[in-house]
Design a protein around this ligand. Structure first.
Ligand code: PEP
Ligand code: MG
Length: 743
């Protein structure tokens, strides 16, 4: 892009600032701005279109078009040239508008006499706010300086819109972040809550986008860049020795030292923007590019986004400190890893993510805490402000931000109904789980923290069927010490009060990334170096963990389970390590556990076809349905688009479960199911019908699952499933649901 005419665009911005400073109403301000831009750019028309809603733009002010069209003319995103600008998030410049693709004739505006058209998006960090347009009668293309000048004005407009400078009558001029908004996302975890928004990444608000003193602003930018570079260099220093981590930070560092990035921001400052406004202008442009970029480039642009956020915090002083978690906090974030989520602790009422997926480990943490989670709530991080009231309906995947009284009342009734259901479940808490036809089913709970253990008595679980030990590792910045782990595991056994606890050894990799053990970048982490593969390769950590478990048991029974066994030898090797640690403890004179059972998680289809010896050697087997299902259907558990195509009650998957149960029966090896589906009543029922007699689930699911099992005749469910299979159904869900409804 050619160098902008500093003086012109600076003059324009200064006049714009003067308009902003005048005590005018929103509409009046917009009217003044369009007049100002038209006269400064010497065009016949200047118009501002703002979003009424996500998909509709409304002409809100014009100088040059028919004034009767203001607040009357509306366009969909993608419709007409204005809609095209909104959709593409980039400028559209044409000398002959009427014959340009997409042109839509709108008679009420009287625009047919104008030939040239230049439109630029009014957007802020990926959020579309509107479109700014200039038009002229003479057929000419606008030059790069003019495009640039209009973009700078649009940037300032975006900031002022965010600050509420254009509020007035009607939907398009409604105050920002003030009205009720509903988001339709996807259920991550059922349940409902009412609380107060706490933004994981607080928004930075720019109150002064325009400057009179570019030199001072450039100096501020350079000082912040120095601080940024220093912090990235420090990160690199801390990673020294770890090649993989170094490479990632090196890429990051390249951006921090990028001359072209700084040059673009310097140009923006020269044009009259403050340092923070210049950073944000470039960040907005990068986000627009990110939407259409190739995956590799998207990662790089994400680096730039991260660096821009850091710069903005440095320049504005905002958001360095996240502040104190309010009462009844609902965490709102673009996405979050399990480690970061755990850092918030159990005080959260609910979590809403703009991205996220049901199968991720952050979702599993939310599930273990039994707090509602809504994922894929698009746009929530740009709309919500910390402190906003929020209702989270995890059952429907719906979020109400700043709800009105009517919505709050209806929601309150829903919460009351849920509380009633909990009371019903409490009455069957101590009842044995036996089906109507006399089959006894063991219901266990999943856990990962000592803080989960109080759920054991309150849920009525018979023990902990899966203790995910990695959560402890994910919460720290350094590897926990053997002594700490031993006392934690011992505390877990104490809290279980003699009920069995199955400890699964460290299951890291895939989406569970330890900050201090960052693996090299893998093209497919879910199929990569994870779980037992890491344990067998990095024996130090596994040995230390096994020692901690042996010491924690100290004369009590110990149940250890190895994750992600994909072939028999992995199990035999892992068990061999445990045997060596037992022998070592004996020599050292430590008290050994009374009895040790060693199990394997069956999480890859390969193990359903393992040699009989595997089933003989394992003391017990636990089906990890989350992973097993993703590998069975070749559908990433974290990818919402593909994950939901495949029903757990698909006859192929149920046949796989049936086959695993049969293989275990041949050798009388106890088998249970500990994936998330065990906690879904209808799925649990079908698993039991396939022969499983032990299920492990999040504590809050035990009540609903027991409730359905107590009232069901298993033989009948088996019949229903059998008939659906014979009839050639792809999934038995409809048949089972019809049966349940009929009863
Ligand atoms: C599973 O895969 O089903 C499982 C229980 O393990 P995780 O969800 O921790 O991978
Ligand atoms: Mg797993």
């Amino acid at each position: 892009m050619a160098a902008p005419k500093d003086s012109d665009s600076r003059k324009l911005l200064r006049r714009l600032q003067a308009v902003m400073a005048e005590a005018a109403e929103g509409q009046e301000r917009l009217d003044m701005i369009v007049r100002l831009v038209a006269s400064s750019m010497m065009t016949d028309v200047c118009s501002v279109y703002l979003h009424r809603d996500e998909q509709t733009l409304e002409l809100c002010a014009t100088c040059g078009l028919n004034l009767e069209a203001v607040h009357v003319t509306r366009l969909r995103v993608g419709e007409g040239l204005v809609g095209r600008v909104a959709r593409s998030r980039g400028p559209l410049n044409t000398a002959d508008a009427p014959s340009t693709k997409g042109f839509r004739f709108m008679p009420e505006t009287g625009e047919e006499v104008f030939s040239s058209f230049l439109g630029v998006p009014v957007q802020r960090l990926g959020e579309r706010l509107g479109v700014l347009v200039v038009q002229s009668k003479d057929a000419r293309e606008f030059n790069e300086d003019e495009i640039y000048a209009l973009e700078v004005v649009a940037m300032v407009l975006a900031e002022m819109t965010e600050l509420g400078a254009f509020t007035g009558e009607g939907e398009a001029l409604r105050p920002r972040h003030a009205s009720q908004v509903m988001f339709k996302g996807v259920t991550g975890q059922e349940g409902a809550c009412e609380g107060t928004v706490f933004l994981h990444d607080p928004r930075v608000v720019i109150t002064n986008p325009v400057t009179d003193d570019p030199e001072a602003e450039a100096a501020r930018l350079h000082a912040a860049m120095d601080e940024l570079r220093l912090s990235v260099d420090r990160m690199l220093g801390q990673a020294s020795g770890d090649r993989a981590q170094e490479e990632v930070i090196e890429a990051f560092r390249m951006f921090a030292y990028s001359r072209s990035w700084v040059r673009r921001m310097e140009e923006d400052i020269n044009a009259g923007l403050t340092a923070e406004a210049a950073v944000e202008k470039q960040q907005t442009a990068a986000r627009a590019r990110m939407r259409v970029a190739e995956p590799y480039l998207r990662d790089r642009l994400a680096d730039l986004d991260d660096l821009s956020n850091r710069l903005l915090r440095m320049l504005t002083g905002q958001g360095r400190d996240r502040g104190v978690l309010p009462d009844k906090a609902v965490l709102v974030a673009r996405n979050i890893g399990p480690g970061e989520l755990l850092e918030y602790g159990r005080k959260l009422q609910g979590v809403v993510l703009e991205e996220g997926s049901v199968g991720s480990h952050a979702a599993i943490v939310a599930r273990a805490w039994a707090i509602p989670l809504v994922i894929q709530a698009q746009g929530i991080t740009t709309e919500a402000l910390s402190g906003d009231r929020i209702l989270v309906d995890g059952d429907q995947g719906i979020v109400h931000l700043r709800p009105d009284e009517m919505v709050r009342k209806a929601f309150g009734e829903k919460l009351e109904m849920a509380a009633q259901a909990q009371k019903r479940y409490a009455t069957i808490r101590d009842t044995d789980c036996v089906t109507l036809d006399g089959e006894r089913i063991e219901l266990m709970m999943n856990a990962g923290l000592l803080a989960d253990l109080p759920s054991l008595p309150s849920s009525g679980a018979e023990g902990v069927g899966l203790f995910r030990t990695e959560l402890q590792f994910l919460m720290r910045n350094v590897v926990p010490k053997r002594g700490e782990l031993a006392s934690l595991y011992s505390g877990v056994m104490d809290a279980a009060g003699g009920k069995p606890v199955v400890f699964r050894t460290l299951d890291i990799g895939s989406d569970k990334v330890l900050p201090y053990m960052k693996a090299f970048e893998e093209p497919n982490p879910a199929l990569g170096w994870r779980a037992i593969r890491v344990g067998l390769d990095k024996r130090g950590v596994m040995r230390m963990q096994l020692q901690a478990l042996l010491r924690a048991a100290h004369g009590r029974d110990l149940k250890v389970m190895f994750p992600f066994i994909a072939q028999m030898q992995e199990f035999l090797d892992a068990r061999g390590h445990l045997s060596r640690e037992i022998a070592r403890e004996r020599v050292l004179g430590h008290t050994l556990p009374r009895e040790i059972s060693v199990g394997a998680m069956l999480e890859t289809p390969s193990m359903a076809f393992a040699p009989r010896r595997f089933f003989e050697e394992a003391d017990f087997i636990s089906i990890g349905g989350n992973d097993l299902k993703q590998f069975f259907f070749a559908a990433d558990r974290e990818n919402e688009r593909v994950r939901r195509r495949y029903d757990t009650l698909n006859v192929s998957f149920l046949s796989l479960i049936e086959q695993i149960v049969a293989r275990c029966a041949e050798t009388a090896t106890p088998v249970s199911f500990c994936g998330e589906d065990a906690g879904r009543p209808v799925e649990a029922l079908c698993f039991v019908a396939m022969g499983l007699r032990s299920l492990s689930m999040r504590p809050a699911s035990i009540g609903p699952v027991k409730h359905i099992l107590l009232r069901t005749n298993l033989a009948e469910v088996r019949d229903v499933i059998g008939r659906a299979r014979e009839a050639g159904a792809q999934t038995v869900r409809d048949a089972v649901m019809d049966y349940l409804r009929a009863r």
